[in-house]
Design a protein around this ligand. Structure first.
Ligand SMILES: Nc1nc2c(ncn2[C@@H]2O[C@@H]3COP(=O)(O)O[C@H]4[C@@H](O)[C@H](n5cnc6c(=O)[nH]c(N)nc65)O[C@@H]4COP(=O)(O)O[C@H]3[C@H]2O)c(=O)[nH]1
Length: 805
């Protein structure tokens, strides 16, 4: 019993549901039992009453006639016996027999206060005529019935209570065992459920069978565990999301671009580290401010407000704004930044804020400005370049049209720049250009423009001229500034310039044509003699046109096979025997006829066409030399002229080697003629190429010696074999004693350096004798033979047997 109480106690405290359930079960089952028992007792009570009633009926039916007879017969004894017999019947406690007319016989006693039930009936004598003899009232005591009922109630109540109680206990136990303890376990699980034990599933103390899994508790358990797993997943996702968010926020924070995030009202909410580095504004100090109004300078902010208004409008309309902004750092320093402004949208595509990405492009901007400068200005002299000059010219022409004034266009070319550049080196050339630019600029008014068009060409624009003569005055001033010597590499050098002038609108009203005319005039000035100027005349355009035509014809001359090599013998001065031949280029143009190299080689050099033309010459010269061996059986050398531009071409060495190997010519049979201008450049590459040629066995000669700086000293440093005295000295040896002395000195010096000497331009016998006397090794000139086309030269070989090997 204490155990049971304890249990009950536990139910009360730990299992309120069980307790309440027990109470309810008891209440309901008791009520139900009570009602049922009450109904049952009432039914039994009614049955007892009806039994008494039927017993009284039975007394009436059984005794009325016998009592009537006894009464008729006045047989008191019998009557008494009969009445005692009735009184002995159960529950009947009292009889009253009323006898007609007024006597009565009473038997038995009615207990005081007892509940009774009475039944009366007449005693009638049945004769001819019915005669009422009396009336019998039978009274039954209901006490027994009540006693029975009380006992029944007691018994039923006790048994029903016990039954209900034990059934309830049983139900509760069953409920507790199968349901409540699991619910309690669930409750405890739920109570202890936290993020730390998310991985512990809910398990109940019951077998894991399919039926258990499918019942309500099983389903609730499963629901619990599913909930736990979902929570687990959610937590994992949340962790992942948090890590992602952390990563993104770190990325934004550490982004190399500045990042500013604003709310919908364009108030700064966040700014990353880069922003602070870039602008000097601390992120916290600008929170809540408008990104265009960070500075305290009202003027600055007002300027910015227009910009940010258009940014806002464009972001709203187009969804993005990007551009370059000249921003202000906190310290007042300006910098260029590239901004990208975009809205930040939520899942419903509503704008929740704005993001401003910024990148410092100051360096790029500076670089761009530099590029712009480079695109418009000549780096060396700082003068406007061709592009800017043309722009300025167009502007000047437009203004002159409006003002009906004149514009002078001057084309300047330094007369001996190429020579100085080749002989004194590029540095000297550069200094010359810088100084020339300065001198030209110094002779001009403020409104004039001087520009460098490239190389040694300058352009001067003279706006607002009153007449062509004003341009002549300027030209004279410029020429005058060129009079003093230039100091280059410690040497005094005299440089002159040639100026061509064209006037707007007299010569042309078009900038391009004016430039062409000025160029043509410049060539005319050069032609007149250097250090002069010339005005454009209509005839000049023809000359300039010719130059252009020649260039375009030359470009096609190779493929049209218009070039031809002539060969001129180089003979031993003492014996007159052939030693080698010099290849001299000719251009057979159907329109221009036979064009001599002096006319087209400079243009070929200028345009770079000399490189493919020179390769062709090398190839053809080697081919010819191989052919002569076949004819004569002798190895005849071949000299080929190489121009500086050709020599400096990166493919030159390969082209030479290719020509030799293609034609199987021994390198020692090939002699390359190089002008001394090339050597004075003194560049490492020149020396290397010469050495490469020399080590390959190719012979090298200095051509036109005497026309340049004629410095013998450099000859020592290079692997030359031959020195060719220029024809201008040879031709005058018999007339000018100075030239004879010079030629003699050259021969002696060359020999002392171990060089063979060739005299060029030998035209008569006297010259030959002189050279023989002076010990000049070889001679070349009309005296022996003019340069001959290949066929005629072969013929010359056949007829001339004096071949020296
Ligand atoms: N007055 C006179 N002149 C004589 C006499 N003997 C030869 N000559 C000319 O003197 C020039 C000698 O060639 P250069 O000094 O190398 O001068 C050459 C050379 O520098 C250049 N040249 C010729 N062919 C080529 C070539 O294939 N490549 C290159 N780069 N230049 C070439 O053109 C220049 C002129 O060549 P050419 O007109 O053929 O003129 C040739 C030749 O015809 C003479 O007795 N009297």
């Amino acid at each position: 019993m204490p155990k049971l109480l304890k249990r009950l106690q536990r139910f009360r405290s730990g299992s309120p549901l069980s307790f309440r359930l027990l109470a309810w079960i008891l209440l309901f089952s008791s009520a139900f039992t009570l009602i049922a028992s009450a109904l049952q007792i009432y039914s039994d009570y009614r049955k007892d009453l009806s039994q008494i009633d039927s017993r009284m009926q039975a007394v009436e039916s059984g005794y009325s006639s016998s009592l009537a007879r006894s009464l008729w017969a006045l047989d008191q004894k019998l009557l008494q016996t009969q009445m005692e017999g009735i009184l002995s019947l159960p529950d009947i406690v009292h009889l009253r027999l009323g006898i007609e007319p007024d006597s009565e016989l009473v038997m038995g006693e009615i207990p005081r206060g007892a509940d009774i039930q009475s039944h009366s009936f007449d005693l009638v004598h049945q004769g001819d005529e019915a005669f009422k003899l009396g009336e019998l009232t039978v009274t039954a005591d209901l006490d027994r019935v009540y006693q029975d009922m009380k006992v029944k109630v007691g018994v039923i109540m006790a048994t029903e209570f016990l039954k209900t109680f034990f059934v309830s206990i049983l139900i509760i136990w069953v409920f507790q065992h199968f349901v409540t303890r699991h619910l309690t376990a669930m409750a405890n699980y739920a109570k202890d459920f936290s993020l730390t034990n998310l991985n512990t599933p809910l398990t109940l103390d019951r077998p894991d069978t399919p039926s258990h899994r499918n019942d309500e508790i099983g389903r609730v358990t499963e629901a619990f565990n599913q909930m736990r797993e979902r929570l687990n997943d959610d937590m994992a996702r949340q962790e992942r999301d948090a890590a992602e968010i952390h990563k993104f926020s770190k990325a934004i924070e550490q982004s190399p671009s500045s990042v500013v995030i604003c709310d919908r009202q364009w108030r700064v909410e966040f700014a990353n580290r880069k922003f602070t580095q870039l602008t000097g504004y601390d992120a916290k100090s600008i929170v809540g401010r408008h990104p265009g109004a960070l500075s305290n300078d009202n003027l600055e902010n007002r300027d910015n407000s227009h910009l940010w208004q258009s940014i806002r409008l464009q972001v709203q309309r187009v969804g993005v704004w990007q551009g370059e902004v000249n921003s202000l750092r906190r310290n007042g320093e300006r910098f260029w930044e590239q901004l990208i402004v975009t809205p930040i949208k939520d899942g419903a595509n509503d704008t929740t804020g704005y993001m401003i990405l910024g990148e410092d492009i100051s360096i790029r901007k500076r670089y761009e400005q530099q590029l712009l400068r480079q695109a418009n200005y000549d780096i060396l002299t700082g003068l406007p370049n061709r592009m800017l000059a043309l722009d300025r010219l167009k502007l000047a022409l437009a203004q002159a049209r409006r003002e009906s004034s004149m514009v002078g266009v001057m084309f300047l070319d330094l007369d001996n720049f190429k020579h100085i550049n080749d002989t004194l080196g590029h540095d000297a050339g550069d200094n010359l250009l810088i100084e020339s630019a300065r001198r030209i600029s110094s002779s001009l008014r403020g409104t004039s423009t001087v520009a460098r068009l490239g190389g040694d060409e300058f352009l001067v624009i003279l706006p607002g001229l009153t007449g062509p003569e004003s341009s002549s005055q300027v030209a004279e001033r410029i020429l005058k500034t060129f009079t003093p010597a230039y100091s280059l590499n410690g040497q005094e050098v005299f440089v002159t310039t040639s100026i061509g002038i064209a006037i707007f609108p007299t010569d042309s009203d078009n900038s391009g044509t004016l430039l062409q005319h000025a160029d043509a005039a410049m060539y005319q000035a050069k032609h007149q003699g250097k250090s002069s100027y010339a005005h454009f005349t209509p005839e000049l355009s023809e000359i300039s046109h010719e130059r252009l035509q020649m260039e375009s014809r030359m470009r096609r001359a190779l493929e049209l096979q218009e070039f031809e090599l002539y060969f001129q013998p180089i003979v031993d001065t003492a014996t007159g025997k052939l030693r080698a031949a010099e290849a001299l280029l000719r251009w057979n143009n159907p329109v221009m006829g036979l064009v001599m190299p002096d006319r087209f080689i400079p243009l070929a050099e200028e345009t770079g066409l000399i490189v493919p033309i020179g390769e062709w010459v090398l190839e053809q010269a080697c081919l010819a030399a191989t052919g002569w061996k076949a004819i004569t059986g002798q190895d005849i050398g071949i000299s080929v002229n190489v121009s500086p531009r050709q020599f400096r071409d990166p493919g030159f060495t390969k082209a030479v080697m290719r020509a030799l190997s293609n034609n199987e010519l021994a390198p020692k049979r090939l002699e390359l003629e190089i002008t001394e201008r090339l050597l004075l450049d003194n560049s490492i590459e020149t020396a290397e190429i010469l050495r490469e040629m020399d080590s390959a066995g190719i012979r090298l000669s200095v051509d036109d010696f005497g026309t340049g700086y004629s410095a013998l000293s450099y000859l020592k440093s290079y692997p030359f074999d031959t020195l060719k005295i220029d024809k201008s000295f040879v031709q005058d040896v018999m007339k000018e004693s100075e030239d004879a002395t010079l030629v003699r000195a050259i021969i002696n010096m060359a020999h002392s350096l171990g060089l063979t000497v060739v005299a060029e331009g030998v035209e008569d016998e006297q010259q030959t004798h002189f050279l023989q006397q002076e010990g000049c090794d070889f001679a070349q000139g009309y005296f022996y033979s003019r340069p001959l086309p290949a066929g005629e030269f072969t013929e010359w070989l056949r007829t001339n047997h004096r071949i020296s090997i």
